[in-house]
Design a protein around this ligand. Structure first.
Ligand SMILES: Cc1cc2nc3c(=O)[nH]c(=O)nc-3n(C[C@H](O)[C@H](O)[C@H](O)COP(=O)(O)OP(=O)(O)OC[C@H]3O[C@@H](n4cnc5c(N)ncnc54)[C@H](O)[C@@H]3O)c2cc1C
Length: 426
């Protein structure tokens, strides 16, 4: 079957890999370089067990501080955009125990599929992506937040996750680079099976491997529109001409929502901007962590990528602006220096910003939309977990696409909002 994948972020590339492996003739279109959207400089976490959605009931208690504190990692810049407000309302509606629990269960299942598919891909393609499987420590600064984390851990244990609650002493035993933070750690959740890798290197290696297998790439080629005949997409219109296929997969990250609206399809996706820095480590090796660390006090993640440290964080509901704000980069640098004072290399910091394609619940949008064209599948809206989930969702898309006739995903996980309703089923 001829399949055209729109978007060469990690989700589009993983989809192209899975489709090519299943024997399909694949063309990938992107307006830029693969990985240059939300994927390249992300937090590098393959967070297979730690999937708790941002839409958590605990957000209500934290909301005043998150919205009002000048140092808050969450920022809302109201736009003249009804979709931003709708997204915000749906997000708040999703901040309840029932939705959060269902989302966690669904994400854990997808993450487990993704881990297997990513490992298969790494072995088959033998890609160099600074992969490590040293585990992850999520640090909590006070007893109350640690108690909440232990409750989430018990829920995740019921769902099959292997995690343990550990003391500050144990944190330092596991990760000696934390020695100077001991007094600031009330406790942590340790997940030994978590992994990390460089997403840009993964994208670059996939591009090379897929090209070698005959996958066609049209890069620096924007998708202008999808050409429809009745309920079928018949071609993709680009400045290079029209590209025809039998089936199409939309993996345009944050741009998916706007493109879908041109087809009369509403996707509840809005960009959640984040930042990262990458520090070249040239100090003593033990000064930088080898285990992935999440500092929940500042909502910052640290991942070791060979001789570099990736530091990522912040969530701004602020539209589609991808400019890098110096203040946010300085804040990530300050967090790194406080956490790991022995790290050097700060003269050589690589700043980055990206737009997470976020849904209110945290569940990605995978499948055919009930109101969409019959031969179009969506694979988008992976939010803060796109690298983690990309290969699992690519497997699902491949299975759906091979059905003789594409069936709408039922129940559609992100129902188009009926007039007068604010509820969204997870
Ligand atoms: C700060 C930050 C930290 C993160 N940390 C992690 C992490 O640690 N672990 C994790 O799993 N996830 C993480 N994520 C999330 C993850 O990076 C995203 O979910 C993932 O990159 C989304 O991939 P994507 O392929 O859907 O989108 P993108 O990477 O944005 O790809 C979409 C592609 O579509 C192309 N495109 C858009 N419009 C058009 C058009 N009209 N024509 C042609 N091409 C078009 C773009 O050029 C782009 O290449 C993080 C994100 C951020 C911002």
């Amino acid at each position: 079957m001829r399949v055209c994948v729109l978007g060469a972020g990690i989700v589009g590339l993983a989809t192209a890999w899975a489709l090519n492996r299943a024997g399909h003739e694949v063309t990938v279109i992107d307006r830029a370089r693969p990985g240059s959207g939300a994927s390249g400089g992300n937090g590098a976490q393959l967070s297979y067990s730690y999937v708790q959605p941002l839409a958590d009931p605990g957000i209500w208690a934290q909301l005043p501080k998150l919205l009002l504190s000048p140092t808050s990692p969450l920022k809302i810049r109201p736009q003249l955009d009804v979709h931003q407000w709708l997204w915000g309302l749906k997000f708040l509606a999703a901040c309840n125990t029932h939705t959060s629990r269902n989302t966690t269960a669904a994400l854990l299942q997808l993450a487990a599929e993704s881990r297997m598919a990513f490992d298969t891909m790494r072995q088959q393609e033998n890609i160099a992506c600074d992969f490590s499987s040293t585990g992850k420590l999520v640090l909590y600064p006070d007893a109350a937040s640690f108690a909440g984390a232990r409750r989430q851990m018990l829920l995740q244990r019921e769902l099959g996750s292997v995690q343990e609650a550990v003391t500050a002493n144990r944190c330092v035993e596991l990760e000696p680079a934390l020695a100077q933070r001991h007094a600031h750690i009330a406790g942590a959740i340790y997940t030994p099976g978590e992994c990390a890798a460089d997403c840009q290197k993964t994208c670059d290696a996939l591009l090379a491997a897929l090209r070698a297998k005959g996958v066609k790439f049209l890069l620096d080629t924007p998708v202008n529109k999808l050409v429809l005949r009745g309920k079928q997409v018949v071609a993709i219109s680009t400045p290079e001409g029209e590209i025809e296929a039998d089936r199409y997969v939309m993996a345009l990250g944050s741009a998916s929502a706007t493109m879908a609206r041109s087809l009369g399809v509403y996707l509840p996706i809005y960009p959640l901007k984040g930042y990262s820095i990458t520090v070249d480590l040239d100090g003593p090796a033990q000064a930088a962590p080898t285990i992935s660390i999440t500092d929940t006090a500042r909502k910052v993640v640290f991942a070791r990528l060979g001789s570099r440290l990736r530091v990522a964080g912040m969530a701004e509901l602020a539209g589609y602006d991808t400019r890098i704000a110096h203040k946010q980069i300085a804040s990530l640098q300050a967090s790194t220096q406080q956490m790991f004072p022995g790290c050097s290399g700060f003269a050589d910091v690589h700043p980055w910003a990206g737009l997470r394609p976020a849904t209110p619940t945290g569940l990605p949008v995978i499948g055919k939309h009930p109101k969409g064209p019959d031969n179009l599948l969506f694979n988008t809206g992976h939010g803060a977990l796109g690298f983690t989930l990309a290969f699992g969702s690519a497997q699902r898309i491949t299975r759906m696409l091979e059905a003789t006739q594409l069936q709408p995903t039922r129940p559609w996980p992100h129902k188009p909002r009926p007039a007068g309703s604010s509820a969204q089923t997870p």
